[in-house]
Design a binder for this molecule. Structure first.
Ligand code: ARG
Ligand code: ZN
Length: 879
């Protein structure tokens, strides 16, 4: 395994490559353990490189078989990690390199590997160097031609990047296919697939009339599960034409689903390779959440064709250039396909669940990091999801029109290049005439800003004065922070529930009157005039910036927002904030503080939402789902005790379920599903509310809820309803639960994606016996460390979704994680590192757990022969 330099790789040290590779001709002869790779590279000196520099190609675990320069043998130094030519001609030359790789032994799932009976590749970030020696960096763009050869019986399907230009039979039961991708691309976008696969196909006419053959390849028998992915692809292609003016550029677009994949999917040019979880869906096997996941990941990878492929990244520090932008694009797509408000709420939930904890702990890093030891550890919620929030803020600040102009400028100016964040921002500065240098701090400074707001209403003067202040906590390597540009969308809600018109005499009054305050300094005071009745401020509408707000608003104010705010996001936020208030009061009361404040008005407000048939059911379902343990822990901030959080949260669920039982039962009756299944947002919303009601009924009355859940489990005609019933049952110890788990297993024994749900649900049961259960699940005949989805379903779900057990006071949860991480590390370091990052918030735990967690990290770090991936996470977590 390769060892990155101990001092790390720095953005400040970026240098253009000394050599360029104009074209690559690959000849790959597939064989399970001895795949032969012949690579012909047309190389020349880069005029922007260092004159006279020697040529060093990257490798990772390679064995050199043969090397020719312009057809003649040449002196070189070859190690598994590098191929160095001390002397090269001044004129362009051709290097021919033969390596041999062993796909069957590749358990890292990076480079060329086998998944099931197929050959596939994953080259981002640095997998191509595990196939052949290359300048494996994103600013070296080459035209790739790939000849793939294999046994016809083993791999009748041979796919590569670009268009297929030739194919044919060979002697000895072999055959070949020749693929050529006319668009210069970096090596991380290379892909090939060989295997015995089925496919479904469609034709798509781009708006300028190019006919594109679309195909999705799956295991035999799975074709019928790929139709929703195909439908999502076609909708994505149309949407990118309509909204961003981007057309597809090749004659074919292929997607291949494989079951062993470290991440979600990969945007290889013309040949996207997917974790099959994001391709396969049917009513019987996929939940509404799974359908939404397929739609968004299909869109994401497709959108990369422009934001990532046609314009790629100069270096890996610029990862957010393609990822943040592409997440923004896929979020907008999903918002247009479904309910924009529900999409926004679920994206913000995700951000707070994943990115906020990352930003508040020792693994915090800026959206564009300036140093890394292992790039694979930077495919994070910060780079992706906070990266998307930055784009959204940019659009808010400069307006939709200038944003659209800036995007067009970016596509025109940087097409075919490897760009930087500066390149990107320059287009928007030019389009809007605005100086974006302060805005660019969002890329440079880590940490989640805290915005405090004091409001002062002068009834006599009819004036509301708002005083804002921002501060951002220190993060590793950044103790002092400069003020950000924070767009704060706001409105005022009067006593009668109406929106109060915004009148301001401030400098920047225009923005203020549009309901957008730009907080660009540490403090700012803004006054609104003609405010006739005592207003409640609806702040951070639509979650206009990735910040936290303080202090908490008063219960009556939140009630008003919950009932009247015209901004659906803030209605939902008001319910969350009220729930948080209740949970805090319960925690105080449990510690012997004053009795908890009465929740009656809050519960009744939720009850009115549940009873109002005109409300969007999916929004009501969101309002009913309480803040997560992680949301609560974040608000507590330090000395977190997961048991205390759990019992306060459970108490609230129980009381809410009791208080609303009649309304919840009525809602369930009203929402009885129509015949047949449709994955559309409206139908999914009705299922979501019906199942949220079931869950709360059971929280209030386990007997009644258990009976309802058992019945729904038996009668369900789709996976959403069946899994929801099983999830409700999973919280109710007893025979019915165990019988349901057995029945579920028996029914879906052959379907690995459904079994992942079965494993994950058991791992998250918040009971003392679960740790033992998880250990047993790891002995189950269907468990394997070789399959990332399965490992995530069992160990990831336990560590990230079962806080009371994972943080058990006897250290058993941490021990379990450490032993899996260490066993997995030699096989699949990327996955092992990701699992270990479940400990990233250890410093905010109360003392006993903090010590246990720290000891666990130290023990992992002390283990021999640790991968760069795991040692990077452990080192930074402890740092
Ligand atoms: N570019 C891919 C995506 O976001 C992610 C691939 C990351 N792979 C990795 N091994 N780090 O769509
Ligand atoms: Zn991506």
């Amino acid at each position: 395994m390769r060892n990155p330099p101990p001092q790390g790789i720095r953005l400040a040290d970026y240098r253009p490559p000394d050599f360029l590779i104009d074209s690559v001709d690959l000849d790959i002869s597939l064989h399970r353990s001895k795949t032969r790779v012949v690579s012909r590279l047309a190389i020349r000196r880069n005029p922007k490189g260092r004159p006279g520099a020697e040529l060093t190609l990257d490798g990772d675990g390679l064995v050199l078989r043969r090397l020719l320069l312009d057809g003649a043998s040449v002196a070189a130094e070859a190690t598994p990690d590098a191929l160095t030519l001390h002397a090269t001609p001044d004129a362009p030359f051709v290097l021919e390199i033969e390596t041999e790789v062993d796909p069957a032994a590749n358990t890292q799932l990076s480079g060329l590997y086998r998944s099931g009976s197929a050959y596939c590749t994953q080259c981002e970030a640095e997998g191509f160097r595990r196939i052949t020696y290359f300048l494996d960096r994103p600013d070296v763009l080459s035209v790739f031609t790939t000849r793939i050869e294999a046994d016809v019986a083993e791999a009748p399907v041979l796919l590569g990047n670009g268009n297929r230009i030739d194919a044919g039979a060979l002697e000895g039961g072999r055959h070949f296919a020749l693929w050529r991708d006319p668009f210069p691309k970096p090596s991380y976008l290379f892909a090939l697939v060989g295997g015995d696969l089925s496919h479904i196909s469609e034709r798509f006419a781009t708006r300028s009339g190019r006919m594109v053959d679309l195909a999705i390849y799956v295991e035999h028998g799975k074709e019928k599960y790929a139709s929703y992915a195909m439908d999502s692809l076609i909708r994505s292609m149309r949407w990118d034409e309509e909204v961003f003016g981007r057309e597809y550029d090749l004659d074919v677009f292929n997607i291949v689903a494989v079951s062993d994949f470290n991440m979600g999917a990969m945007e290889n040019k013309g040949l996207n390779i997917f974790n099959d979880k994001y391709v396969l869906a049917s009513p019987e096997t996929a939940t509404d959440g799974d359908y939404a996941g397929v739609e968004s990941v299909i869109a994401h990878e497709y959108f990369h064709n422009w934001t990532g492929n046609r314009i790629t990244c100069r270096d890996w520090f610029q990862l957010c250039l393609k990822e943040g932008l592409t997440v923004f694009r896929d979020q907008e797509f999903s918002a247009d396909q479904r309910s924009r408000a529900v999409k926004r709420i679920s994206d913000v939930r995700g951000l707070r669940l994943q990115q906020f904890p990352e930003d508040a702990g020792p693994l915090a890093h800026s959206v564009r990091p300036n140093i890394y030891h292992e790039i694979n550890n930077f495919y994070t919620a910060t780079v992706y999801e906070k990266g998307a929030e930055i784009i959204r803020m940019l659009k808010t600040l400069i307006g939709a029109d200038d944003f659209a102009k800036g995007m067009t400028l970016y596509f025109d100016r940087f097409d075919g290049t490897a760009a930087t964040i500066e390149d990107f921002l320059s287009c928007f500065a030019e389009a809007s005439g605005r100086d974006l240098s302060q805005f660019s701090l969002w890329y440079e400074q880590a940490g989640t800003p805290l915005v405090t707001v004091e409001s002062d209403y002068d009834a006599a003067a009819k004036r509301l004065t708002l005083s804002f202040e921002q501060s951002t906590p220190a993060t590793p390597g950044q103790s002092e922070k400069k003020p950000f540009v924070i767009p704060l969308a706001l409105g005022l809600i009067g006593e009668n529930g109406d929106e109060i018109p915004l009148v301001s005499r401030e400098a920047g009054a225009q923005e203020c009157e549009r309901g957008l305050i730009e907080l660009t300094t540490q403090k700012r005071v803004v006054a609104f005039e003609n405010v006739g009745s005592h207003p409640v401020v609806s702040l951070l509408r639509g979650f206009s910036a990735p910040v936290r707000l303080a202090p908490p608003q008063a219960a009556e104010d939140l009630q008003r927002l919950l009932a009247h705010d015209s901004d659906p996001f803030n209605r939902w936020q008001a319910a969350q904030s009220l729930a948080l208030r209740s949970i805090f009061a319960r925690i105080e009361a449990a510690r012997g503080g004053p009795a908890a404040e009465a929740d009656g008005p809050f519960f009744d407000a939720l009850g009115r939402l549940v009873e109002a048939p005109e409300r969007d059911p999916s929004l009501v379902a969101q309002a009913l789902s309480l803040p997560s343990d992680i949301d609560i822990a974040r608000e507590i901030g330090r000395d977190v005790d997961p048991d205390v959080i759990f019992s306060a949260r459970s108490g609230l669920r129980r009381d809410l379920g009791r208080r609303l039982s009649a309304a919840l039962a009525d809602a369930r009756a009203r929402l009885v599903p129509a015949e047949g299944f449709s994955p559309d947002a409206g139908s999914a919303g009705r299922r979501a509310l019906r199942n949220a009601a079931l869950d709360l009924i059971a929280a209030g009355d386990p007997g009644q809820g258990g009976a309802l859940a058992e019945r729904q489990f038996g009668e369900a005609t789709n996976m959403t309803d069946r899994l929801a019933a099983l999830s409700t049952l999973s919280l109710l110890p007893g025979e019915a639960r165990e019988a349901a788990f057995e029945a579920f297993y028996a029914r879906y024994a052959g379907d690995h994606l459904v079994l992942d749900k079965w494993f994950a649900l058991q791992s998250t049961i918040p009971e003392a016996e679960t740790t033992k259960r998880v250990a047993q699940l790891m002995e189950h005949k269907d468990f394997s460390l070789a399959n990332p989805n399965r490992v995530r379903a069992v160990v990831g779900a336990f560590a990230n979704g079962n806080p009371t057990r994972f943080h058990a006071l006897d250290g058993s949860g941490y021990d379990l994680l450490a032993s899996v991480v260490l066993e997995l590390d030699p096989k699949n370091p990327q996955l092992a590192a990701r699992l270990l990052s479940a400990l990233r918030s250890w410093r905010s735990l109360e003392e006993r757990r903090r010590k246990l967690a720290e000891a666990t990290l130290r023990r992992v770090l002390a283990a021999p022969a640790l991968s760069a991936d795991v040692s990077d996470i452990a080192t930074r977590a402890l740092g």
